[in-house]
Design a protein around this ligand. Structure first.
Ligand code: BG6
Length: 476
């Protein structure tokens, strides 16, 4: 039988600077959004609701400050990724290591030198970095002084940051992405757009104005990348959660379609096709949104279309127009109702491997550009046995079922570049700030109260994934 996964398929794992590095004050780094988000279950409510003040509360614990100390342990961690046979490693550059406040004129040499060391170490092991330029890591100074992406001025600061990293790392980084999960700004403006909606404020105008600024900033980065590094590829990065209608009632089908257009396609339409999609005009009108644009913005967006679509896939979403008679999905950051056909993780994230095949087909059918699954995985509680082993069969089962569906999608004709499972090493959860929500093949001895030795251990899934990579997806 012919191999399903193409030659050169990019197998690997994914992380973000704020969730692994720690060293939050080292090397002149400035504070970013994740540094002011406390750990624990209250975090989701803080990031989902209006009125967050971006201040540190001395009574609270801030897990991203130490994270898993990749800042000091990157050599050990990269050696473990190499042992699994990673072809690529997805990571982000912390904007505040390069421009601590975001509005300086010159980059911070210590920050630049840190990523030189990381990229060199990866290359030493034959691993290609896949770099997200901005992964929920806006400098707090830009949030407080300028209002995050509400402000047009931030476009120029971002451009300066992008120039600095492209200058420094051209030749070292071949795969780039601009904004992590750009469409997350619709649900969590704090993380995605770098500001909190004020309690009395209407959310629509600032949210879409901020998106416009990000689209211009992203397109400028894409153009610059193409000019400076013709051999590199640069993508957008979205959350994709296919939306199912609850039943065959056309009202629900229409509602599901509208939710899908807005959440799954709006940002990708702009970044891949280089134009605002037709459907958004009515939405703008109905919500009183009037974008302020500068001359030339639409041309910049048109010229800065991406080479591929990076996306995260964790779950699907089921929609019903009138939800009053049903329970919502508990603990799920997506809106929607419970899907009676799906089981969910301990955090209420519904597990739907076929949804991944559906997502791949939908995205490829609409855009026909290469796709890259840059996040997927199961957040779960792991147990260390007395003999030190961690038997995470549930994680293996989850990943196996998703990778099987990727194979199906490739046979359906989808051009899939690669797969980097999320949190290949245990890290701090973005939405809950917990350590105990573990995704890794590598266990890190660190706990929700901040205790732990930070020792790394190989889980059962470590050996399983190694075999998946060496067999190019045949041994699942
Ligand atoms: C994505 C983010 O939303 O999902 C990651 O890009 C995040 O930063 C991942 O960690 C998993 O979410 P969580 O909340 O379980 O960490």
């Amino acid at each position: 039988m012919a191999k399903r996964f193409p030659e050169g398929f990019l197998w690997g794992g994914a992380t973000a600077a704020n969730q692994i590095e720690g060293g939050f004050h080292e090397g002149n780094k400035g504070m970013n959004i994740a540094d002011v988000l406390p750990g624990g279950k209250e975090r989701l409510s803080l990031i989902s609701n209006p009125g967050f003040d971006f201040e540190i509360d001395p009574e609270k614990f801030y897990p991203n400050h130490e994270a898993i100390d990749f800042y000091h342990r990157y050599k050990e961690d990269i050696a473990l990724f190499a042992e699994m046979g990673f072809k690529v490693f997805r990571m982000s550059i912390a904007w505040t290591r390069i421009f601590p406040n975001g509005d300086e004129l010159e980059p911070n040499e210590e920050g630049l030198a840190f990523y030189d060391r990381v990229f060199d170490e990866l290359h030493k092991h034959g691993i290609e970095p896949v770099v997200t330029i901005s992964h929920y890591e806006m400098p707090v100074h830009l949030v407080k002084e300028y209002g995050g992406w509400r402000s047009r001025e931030v476009v120029a600061f971002f451009e300066r940051y992008v120039k600095a990293i492209f200058n420094r790392y051209q030749g070292k980084v071949k795969y780039w992405m601009t904004f992590n999960e750009i469409n997350s700004g619709l649900m969590m403006p704090i993380m995605g757009l770098g500001f909190s909606i004020q309690k009395e404020e209407d959310k629509y105008q600032p949210t879409f104005q901020a998106f416009h600024h990000q689209f211009v900033a992203s397109a400028k980065a894409v153009k610059l990348c193409h000019e400076m590094m013709p051999e590199a590829e640069i993508g957008c990065m979205i959350i994709f959660a296919p939306v199912y209608a609850y039943d065959s009632n056309p009202e629900n089908a229409m509602h599901a379609l509208q939710e899908e257009e807005l959440f799954n396609y709006f940002c990708a339409d702009v970044q891949v096709r280089g134009e605002y999609p037709a459907f958004i005009n009515r939405y703008f009108k109905e919500h009183g949104i009037e974008l302020e644009m500068e001359d030339g913005d639409l041309e910049i967006i048109k010229e800065g279309t991406v080479d591929y679509i990076g996306f995260s896939y964790y779950m699907s979403r089921t929609e019903k127009k009138d939800k009053s008679d049903l329970d919502g999905i508990q603990g799920n950051i997506m809106q929607g109702v419970k899907n009676p056909f799906l089981k969910a993780s301990d955090w209420g994230w519904e597990i739907d491997p076929i949804g991944l095949r559906i997502s791949l087909n939908k995205l490829y059918g609409r855009y026909e550009v290469p796709l890259f699954i840059v996040e997927n995985g199961l957040g779960a509680y792991d147990q260390v046995e007395e003999d030190g082993s961690i038997n995470d069969d549930y994680r293996i089962e989850y990943l196996r079922e998703h990778i099987e569906q990727m194979g199906e999608a490739i046979e359906d004709g989808v051009d899939l570049m690669g797969y980097t499972s999320w949190g290949c090493i245990d890290l701090v959860s973005a939405s809950s700030g917990e350590y105990s929500k573990r995704y890794g093949f590598i266990y890190v001895d660190k706990h929700d109260d901040g205790s732990g030795t930070l020792e790394r251990k190989r889980k059962k899934s470590f050996y399983w994934y190694k075999d998946v990579i060496v067999s190019d997806g045949e041994n699942l």
